[in-house]
Design a protein around this ligand. Structure first.
Ligand SMILES: [Cu+2]
Length: 141
């Protein structure tokens, strides 16, 4: 008889703990919900720029709104990379000078996305193909 009481007590404790566990999970979910205010506003847009086999960013010049993102999409049999910065002329030809806002690294497929949270003009280039004129510019208003 005593054994049964102990088992019932354990069952009751398990029931209480499982309810407690649920309420903890609910709290975790609701705190996740409140974090959604930090995600981009519904009006933010992602603009696509293609990287082509002709060493081009298409479109090479793009005007977007503050808070928008640009997604550079590979559409090329040759690898490319997207680095922010300017291109200068040197004795050996053109050379990219990174400003380290973003750098996708060498890409063979897929895409790279950067969100522009401040206004201004943002030049960029493909480090492998600056000599072929593979440069672009994003203007953020
Ligand atoms: Cu390239």
């Amino acid at each position: 008889m005593r054994k049964i009481v102990v088992i019932l007590n354990i069952a009751a404790l398990l029931t209480i703990f499982s309810f407690y566990g649920c309420s903890i999970a609910d709290q975790a979910n609701s705190s996740l919900d409140s974090d959604s205010s930090t995600t981009p506003s519904p009006t933010a847009t992602t603009h696509i720029v293609e990287m082509t086999g002709n060493y081009e960013f298409v479109p090479s010049s793009l005007t977007i709104k503050q808070g928008d993102s640009v997604e550079w999409v590979m559409n090329s049999p040759k690898p490319h990379e997207v680095a922010s910065g300017t291109v200068i002329e040197t004795e050996d030809g053109k050379e990219g000078v990174p400003d380290d806002l973003w750098n996708s690294g060498k890409m063979v497929s897929g895409s790279f996305t950067y969100t522009f949270n401040s206004t201004g003009t943002f030049p960029y280039y493909c480090d492998s193909h600056v000599d072929q004129g593979m440069v672009g510019e994003i203007t953020v208003e």
